[in-house]
Design a protein around this ligand. Structure first.
Ligand SMILES: [Zn+2]
Length: 53
């Protein structure tokens, strides 16, 4: 398996819609993702799972 992880961030921040969410290159399932725009932060699985559509 390659160690590159593809993350779908097309929805951006689920809180404010900011598409420019920084994802650490070495992130893993429990890495906290933070939106620089609104300050919303959550583990990535939760962050991106928060998208309603
Ligand atoms: Zn945000």
């Amino acid at each position: 398996m390659a160690d590159t992880i593809i993350v779908d961030i097309s929805g951006g921040c689920p809180n404010c819609g900011n598409p420019d969410v920084h994802v650490p290159a070495d992130y893993e399932e429990k890495t906290e993702i933070r939106c620089e725009k609104c300050g919303y932060a959550a583990p990535q699985a939760e962050f991106f799972a928060a998208k309603s559509d």
